[in-house]
Design a protein. Structure first.
Length: 558
């Protein structure tokens, strides 16, 4: 007999784990399967941005454990170009905005948190919710039968079948689920190939007064990138290789030790190689995010160059967007048409992130061109100036706050209020918080029960929230009537709506949050379970109940 579960999640990495956490927090049972036999051990992604941490807060992840696992900005707050790790420094840049100055726009600044350290925290969260990852279970195939998906799973003891209403593919860049569904990847499939050499070493003495998270080595015969997952213990070296002319067998432990030693620039440093793995850099987005009852999330839906650290973070946002929509359908207060908005909202976001990541990767070549050029005979001083200029030109690559927090959907589960988006000279770097429908609701510090909290902490995962002020009594009453009224058309349950009244439930002493919401004292903002604005009434209207009910019906199809 087949195992029956509402949602089957294929893949136990950060995106699959977050999908399961968010679903279970909303009362939807799910099963997570992972073909690996144990959790991730080798370093992989290392950047967790502010938006991902905001989602972790909302999901109930242990943020004290997260903070303890992150690398401090003193260690991981800069990137450097060097001849070798022991050699000359050519230039440096700050790595993202990790200081207290960004607390005005987020409660959780970006940090360097390696995936193999992040995953155990997510595992612990899932286990607290009664879930687990079934390691050693490999998805083989699926067949849709009416409103069910029947998946065949190979386990260590044989083959089992799992029936689910929904199948979520979080199984990575080489997704077997995506391939089986016949979904094509669009964009360049091979930009450059690398060998990832993971080694253990304490190199604090070698980096000395120039600790950083990324070091581009530029010496002849030693071109590549060091990633300091932990200066005292865990390093990766990315070495470019030509997969057309070379074989993986050319990169055994002895050869890789020689590569690392050349890039270190010294034979005195002791290290031990732990993992060697080839990989290919691509910039692709799936042609579709859905095939029937199957949804793609994370790397199964998009593959970015690592230049920007957007892959894992985009995937977690995919999970955040999809989970509340599946939960709404499963709990009966939304029709399946709501699920169509997942692709409408998330695919353009992924395409933008792919384009920016690709531009970052291309811009890095400027440094190597400056290093290689003779400068028309302008001498060492001119050459140094060109190199410095090329490095300075990389600043956008490492300062992407606008891209990370400024995600705003133009179409989907929202109602446009006719206001234009903020005018920005550089939307990758610049952030202007707004409550325009589609945008992440603005963060500001407010007071609740005499405690200082982020405005983002006011929104539940499993319902909409209407925000107004004490002057918006008509909206308060309307939200209560809509959220507690009779079933909707088609037998759909009522849409759950919380109310947050500024001046009653929370205090906004500075007026900052009220200003960012962009509403008059009698206006209102409707926020979705994923903290994105669904609808806004800048001021009061004669029929608040009718206006809110019509908005809900348009945003959440029955």
């Amino acid at each position: 007999m087949a195992i029956d579960v509402p949602v089957l999640i294929v893949g136990g990495g950060p995106v699959g784990l977050m999908s399961a956490i968010l679903l279970r927090r909303q009362g939807v049972a799910c099963r997570v399967i992972e073909r690996r036999h144990e959790p991730q051990r080798a370093p992989a992604a290392h950047v967790v941005n502010a938006r991902t941490f905001e989602i972790c807060r909302a999901a109930g992840v242990d943020m004290d454990a997260v903070a303890a696992a992150c690398k401090p900005p003193a260690d991981a707050g800069r990137v450097l170009w060097v001849t070798t790790l022991a050699g000359e420094e050519l230039g440096r840049l700050p790595f993202e905005r990790q200081g207290d100055d960004v607390l005005d726009v987020t409660p959780t600044p970006l940090r360097n948190l390696s995936q193999h350290c992040f995953e155990p925290i997510l595992h612990a969260t899932l286990e607290r919710l009664g879930g687990e990852v079934r390691f050693g279970e490999e998805w083989e195939s699926a067949e849709e039968k009416g409103d069910r998906v029947v998946s065949r799973i190979r386990t260590v003891t044989g083959t089992i079948e799992i029936e689910s209403r929904w199948l979520v593919a979080a199984d990575g860049a080489a997704s077997r689920v995506r391939k089986s569904a016949g979904v094509e990847m669009l964009g360049p499939g091979r930009l450059q190939s690398f060998v990832m050499i993971h080694f253990e070493a304490n190199l604090r003495g070698l980096v000395g007064e120039r600790p950083g998270v990324l070091y581009w080595t530029t010496a002849p015969g030693a071109t590549g990138t060091f990633v300091a997952h932990d200066i005292d213990s865990t390093w990766v070296y990315m070495h470019p290789w030509d997969s057309d002319r070379e074989s993986e067998s050319d990169y055994g432990e002895e050869a890789c030790s020689a590569i690392v030693r050349r890039a270190l620039g010294t034979g005195a440093a002791r290290f031990a190689i732990r993992t060697i793995r080839p990989w290919t850099m691509t910039a692709q987005v799936a042609a579709s995010y859905r095939a029937g009852r199957t949804f793609l999330v994370g790397d199964s839906a998009h593959r970015f160059p690592p230049t920007g650290g957007l892959g894992l973070n985009t995937g977690v946002q995919d999970a955040h967007n999809l989970a509340w929509k599946i939960a709404a359908v499963e709990r009966g207060w939304a029709g399946e048409a709501l699920l169509e908005t997942y692709e409408t909202e998330r695919r353009p976001t992924a395409q933008r992130n792919a384009d920016v990541s690709l531009a970052n990767a291309a811009r890095l070549l400027d440094v190597y061109q400056a290093l290689a050029g003779d400068g028309d005979g302008d001498g060492d001083e001119g050459r140094r100036a060109r190199i410095a200029g090329a490095i300075a030109n990389q600043a956008e690559h490492f300062d992407m706050l606008g891209l990370q927090l400024g995600v705003a959907y133009e179409e989907g589960a929202l109602l446009d209020d006719g206001t234009p988006p903020p005018a920005l000279a550089n939307p990758v770097r610049e952030l202007v918080q707004t409550a325009r429908p589609g945008a992440r609701v603005p963060h500001a510090w407010v007071e609740r029960a005499e405690a200082r909290v982020s405005s983002l902490d006011l929104f539940a995962l499993d319902r909409f929230t209407l925000v107004t002020t004490g002057a918006g009594a008509a909206w308060i009453d309307a939200a209560a009537r809509v959220g507690m009224g009779a079933s909707r058309s088609g037998g759909a349950a009522r849409v759950p709506i919380d109310r947050v009244v500024i001046g009653r439930d929370v205090l906004d002493p500075s007026g900052r949050w009220t200003e960012l919401l962009g509403i008059a004292p009698d206006g209102a903002v409707l926020v979705r379970p994923d903290q994105h604005v669904a609808w806004r009434a800048p001021r009061g209207v004669p029929d608040a109940y009718g206006a809110l009910a019509r908005a809900i019906d348009a945003i959440v199809p029955a």
